[in-house]
Design a protein around this ligand. Structure first.
Ligand SMILES: [Zn+2]
Length: 136
């Protein structure tokens, strides 16, 4: 897509600090890092998010993200890595080209997840699982 920021990075119309590339995916530094070494991995072919991506592009992105995560552990001193991908505005997505955040983590880094940690109702969980199974 010509007006897509990340397609512009793929096409090298927009500069990025690239880390690694494969035939299907590219990893580069996030210019708004949540932590030192924060990187993004995107597919070369435009797709809005993980809900619209092909299995091959999803696999390629996660494989490259894992490689970048391992490099962050080896070279940047990360003791953990958060892999995160948001799909659609209600999930917080702001750039609508699939991307996987690779965020190196260390103990006590203050990076917090906003979701609640309350135990779910088992009957509700069973009902949701049944509906998901029907769609899979
Ligand atoms: Zn794009």
């Amino acid at each position: 897509m010509s007006d897509c920021l990340f397609c512009g990075i793929v096409a090298e119309r927009i500069p990025a600090i690239r880390i690694a590339e494969t035939d299907r995916a590219i990893a580069f530094m996030d210019i708004f890092p949540a932590a030192p070494g924060h990187a993004l991995v995107i597919p070369r072919v435009h797709t809005d998010d993980a809900l619209t991506a092909t299995d091959e592009d999803l696999a390629a992105c996660l494989q490259l993200a894992a490689r970048v995560g391992r490099a962050a552990v080896e070279q940047l001193g990360a003791t953990g890595v958060t892999f995160q991908s948001l799909a659609r505005p209600d999930a917080g997505q702001t750039v609508f080209h699939l991307h996987v955040h690779v965020i190196p983590r260390v103990a006590g880094d203050g990076f917090a997840f906003p979701w609640p940690h309350a135990e779910g109702d088992l009957a509700e969980l069973e009902g949701q699982a049944a509906r998901l199974r029907m769609a899979l």
